[in-house]
Design a protein around this ligand. Sequence first.
Ligand code: ADP
Length: 598
Amino acid sequence: MRILVFNAGSSSLKFGVFEGARGEGGETRQLVKGAFERFREGACAFALEIDGVAERGEAPHGDLGAAIAAVPGVLAQHGIDGIEAVGHRIVHGGAEFATPAVLDAPTLARIEALTPLAPLHNPANLHAVRLAQAVWPDLPQVGVFDTAFHLTNPPRVYSYAVPAAWREAGLRRFGFHGTSHKYVAERAAQALGQPLARLRIISVHLGNGASVCAINLGKSFESSMGLTALEGLVMGTRSGDVDPGAFGYLQRQLGLGIEEIEQALYSDSGLKGLTGSSDMRDVEDRAAAGDAAAQMAINLYAHRARKYIGAYAAGMGGVDAVVFTGGIGENSASMRRRICDGLDFMGLRLDFDRNQSVDLAGRAAPQIQSYGARVAVLVTETAEQLQIAREVAAHLSRPEAEVRPIPVAVSGRHVHLAEDSLKALFGPEYALTIAKQLRQPGNWAANERVTLVGPKGRLENVAILGPLRRRTQIEVSRTDSFALGIDAPVRDSGDLDGTPTVRLIGPHGQLDTDGLIVAARHVHMHPDDAQAMGLEDGQMVSVRIGQGERALTFGHTKIRIQPNAFTEMHIDTDEANASGIGPNWVGEVIEMEAHLGA
Ligand code: ADP
């Protein structure tokens, strides 16, 4: 499938043409890389690369409209035809867009409504969409959102501790550069030869804009940008983290208004505010020539990035790989060095020579850590447009799915025991007795019960489900985890490494075991249903439950296909209460979400 991708800003238009397989798999190849930049009176800079041949110069286009209108001519001139879809980078998708979206009129209106969240970026993105619709009225136009990847961030990460009315007005963290972080994490996992879903990765994107992202087992867990693209790292012209108390202080001391302060934080801060230049190459050259302000800026820049790496390693409970990308991350060996220096204590150490001789040709992702260091460090070029092309192809190739209702079952708190736990709790010779068969073939509820104890409280009479498993797993609701006083993570069944410990008490004895989780909601699915509905094992979907006043759509629900499964969605008691569910309710898959990788 041949896809034209646009990344439109207020003063530039970058574009690319990509050829890739339909769907998720297969290589996606870039055929054309182009840019119209620095629009001014009737002219702009122009760069084009086709088949490894680059040309540069001036073009007679003074704005976005003229530049987009010129693209068909540029492509025709180089014999590039057969475009089947147009992909657009959309910076802010708010909390609404977790997947790419076809940009029809209602969708454009929804994006338009998000403009207050990205007043600089979204209007340019939308303008480009409307211009492209006029030039290619018959092609599907698909938006891919910078924020989408981060919608997996948990509430403790995306919430600000501010008054309820502000949070209700939409004040929360989103995070950006999602397309880049997602691509980079997938590329790193591929280079390491390990499934993304098993790795804890910290992606460090250092361009004119800059952000760090913690990608925990394939999902974005946290990133350093927040409500807007201002929070976090020191950037070219943006400040990154500043105490919000600065607003009051500057108003009282310098008489500045909110807009002036905001404008300065976006445009006159960061490297520019510290040194007068927003360009890291300049700043590094000046520092080398002895300029004290440039030296301090570099130290501050590196310190902030290092601090975020440490914080995110702590947030994920460890880190397997750090990946550098963006103009500075890709090209500045000395900045990578400064950021990583002093992180020996967490197993992160660079190899001097490997760091100096990074070669990124052919989308390589070389490793630059010292031999034997516990944490891998990689460098790779970001490829946001390529990632957009892949996502557009995948989105447009989804099969037409049949809608089948899915019965919903509510799981109360329960325990799956391993043999050693059974012995400790019930005695060495004890065998569980079956109280009733469950709908999933081979699974049953036992007559026996256990008690769970945490630092804050205990839960009595907790059900045991059989048969025995290899590892003991304790599934509770979020409310239960507060009652116990233990922060249980949301996990898939069986994914128990690093889970917290809880005390179990049985009639024979007690034991302390890890394995306490809040079960990630999921759908057990028979292969026939999966095929009819166009779903794959591991696919994430959104499921709508109920029609009434508490009707609720559950995002991030995993499809688990098993040969003899009884098709049924499992939610916990908190989720059931939130959706006001009644007996024999069914859900309906209304949206497929992006894949998480292997
Ligand atoms: P954008 O975020 O606009 O896509 P880039 O990812 O191209 O920006 O990053 C631009 C930054 O990368 C600039 O600060 C530039 O100075 C820096 N950069 C590019 N090459 C080098 C280099 N060799 N050494 C240090 N910094 C570099």
